[in-house]
Write a protein that binds this ligand. Structure first.
Ligand code: C5P
Ligand code: C5P
Ligand code: C5P
Ligand code: ZN
Length: 507
């Protein structure tokens, strides 16, 4: 079966064959939107192939987590959205503990080798912009589909055939054709949510292998890319809020200006309120209405002196999940991914996974509650950074949140703050936060820009090396990486990181 990403087909096929041979599989994944969607893609594929499995989530795949996994009596462990960076430790434990690792990841691999390893970076593809963890898991899922359900389905107590409560395709419409289920192409929708959640889109859209997966999803009838306002909240935010909160491209008279946003909308010759007088939402407008609002917005931005280069950033591709109801967080890949982060980054990966697998009842309600508090935390975190400011070193800028921002979201806050008043995009940002469960350790997240990466920045190297220099460890991607360092060693870490960034940028 021809997969959507030929470069990785052999690796994906070898992994799938090994998984299919397993009596049962322990599936281990990462606690963010990409990790959750990876786990959802992987569990759906295993379920459909009638391979029994269990899922565990880890905040970080450190030695403790690997040791815990090794102590289980699973002979096959499928790692998704992590594993490559810890390959050296995994292979040590696998040899001792008698398990076979199967890895579907997109992080910078450690210096070790293993038989069943699928990672875009091993074949010259970019793991930060061309393929996510969920995309990699999807490639294995496509190969797994080639086997069909195992003949010995009785051995694993699993029903074959549709299983409504946990079936990702049985959403409101429940209309996905069985052929696309048979080849697992319907799972492309979740893979795209993972890629968008890892911020792999650039210049407004997904590229490379991610774009191939989008094409799969379009063919399968589960995805619809549309040209849209590149603003967060097109499905769930009332129009004035959508515009008011649009701060990535700052539009004078509209951004951060509720009355200005309403005045702008009222000035258009459109019915933008419903019968009850409530503001409508972007996702419900007709294509013509959307076109009118978008052109007026661009015109307004030009008249207020927003430069042409920035105006391009107002429009981009959004990825709609066609089986989901319009106006819900699940309809739009970007809103879906934020909903998932709101669960997994707060120790409720189970809730996010259930939503991915089709629970539109209790789990979705719980996820929405978690989203409200996630939003509050993000906005308080950004306020904190913006009011207290960052410290500029030669080549980097940083802030220390102490216990005021949760370590699992400090990287998201840093990324969102980059470009705000006083936080230039001309150098990477490092954000420290205390780890609640490890008083002697501090979490650090690094975020850069694609422009800096083109100039040579590789934060996975910087965070890895600077952390090891002070007795910690880290890794990730060129544009976004993280590490754990011993508490108190932040200054030495920063000094080394600053040197490394200076070298990479040739300064
Ligand atoms: O573990 P993982 O790959 O999932 O995490 C990726 C992280 O990197 C996400 O939290 C995402 O927000 C961040 N990222 C970013 N900017 C990019 C690419 C990724 O901030 N251009
Ligand atoms: O939380 P997550 O990393 O998925 O957020 C991805 C992006 O969504 C952020 O960088 C931000 O642009 C947007 N976002 C937002 N308002 C929120 C949550 C997310 O604008 N409340
Ligand atoms: O936690 P944060 O969002 O800053 O993570 C950014 C990226 O760095 C993620 O891809 C994450 O998996 C990676 N990371 C890592 N090792 C760590 C911490 C984060 O590889 N110790
Ligand atoms: Zn990822």
């Amino acid at each position: 079966m021809a997969g959507p990403v030929p470069e990785l087909e052999d690796r994906a096929a070898a992994c799938a064959e090994r998984l299919h041979e397993a009596d049962r599989v322990l599936l281990a994944s990462h606690i963010d939107a990409d990790g959750l969607t990876s786990a959802a893609v992987a569990s759906s594929a295993l379920e459909r192939a009638s391979v029994p499995f269990e899922v565990v989530f880890e905040k970080q795949l450190d030695e403790d987590a690997i040791a815990r996994i090794a102590r289980t009596d699973y002979e096959t462990v499928w790692f998704t959205d992590f594993g490559s960076g810890q390959l050296d430790i995994i292979t040590d434990y696998a040899a001792d503990g008698g398990f076979t690792p199967v890895i579907a990841d997109h992080h910078q691999p450690a210096d070790a080798d293993t038989e069943f390893h699928c990672n875009p970076l091993l074949e010259g593809l970019d793991g930060a912009s061309e393929l996510s963890g969920a995309g990699t898991a999807y490639l294995l899922a496509r190969e797994l589909a080639g086997y069909g359900p195992t003949e010995s389905a009785g051995a694993n107590e699993r029903k074959s055939g549709p299983n409504p409560p946990t079936d990702p395709t049985m959403t409101d419409g429940g209309t996905v054709a069985t052929t696309t289920r048979a080849d697992n192409r319907d799972l492309a929708a979740l893979a795209v949510v993972g890629a968008v959640g890892d911020m792999q889109a650039s210049g407004g859209e997904l590229h490379g292998a991610n774009a191939e997966i989008v094409a799969d999803g379009v063919e399968a009838g589960v995805l619809e890319p549309t040209t849209d306002l590149a603003l967060y909240g097109t499905q769930t935010r009332p129009l004035p809020k959508l515009l008011e909160y649009a701060t990535d491209v700052r539009i004078p008279g509209i951004s951060n200006d509720q009355r200005g946003a309403m005045r702008f909308l009222d000035g258009l010759d459109l019915e933008l309120r419903d019968d009850a007088g409530e503001w409508r939402r972007w996702g419900y407008l007709t294509a013509d209405e959307q076109q009118t609002v978008a052109s007026a917005l661009v015109k307004h931005a030009i008249s207020r002196g927003v430069p042409a280069g920035k105006i391009d950033g107002l429009v981009g591709t959004s990825y709609q999940l066609t089986a989901e109801t319009t106006g819900t967080e699940l309809r739009d890949a970007s809103e879906f991914s934020t909903l998932l982060n709101a669960t997994a980054r707060y120790d409720r990966a189970d809730v996010g996974l259930a939503v991915c697998l089709g629970d539109r009842g209790g789990a979705l309600e719980r996820a929405r509650e978690l989203l409200r508090s996630h939003r509050r935390n993000l906005s308080e975190g950004i306020d904190l950074v913006t009011t207290e400011g960052v410290t500029n070193e030669g080549h980097v800028q940083w802030f220390h949140a102490g216990d005021r921002i949760r370590e699992t979201i400090v990287g998201i806050v840093a990324g969102m703050a980059l470009g705000n008043e006083g936080i230039d995009r001309d150098r990477p940002i490092f954000a420290f936060a205390e780890k609640s469960d490890e008083p002697d350790a501090v979490k650090v997240s690094g975020r850069g820009t694609h422009t800096l990466v083109r100039q040579g920045l590789d934060l996975s190297v910087v965070l890895g090396e600077a952390a090891r220099h002070v007795g910690g460890d880290g890794g990730g991607h060129d544009v976004a990486a993280g590490a754990t360092v011993p508490a108190g060693r932040e200054p030495d870490f920063l000094q080394r990181a600053d040197e490394l960034v200076g070298e990479q940028l040739g300064q």
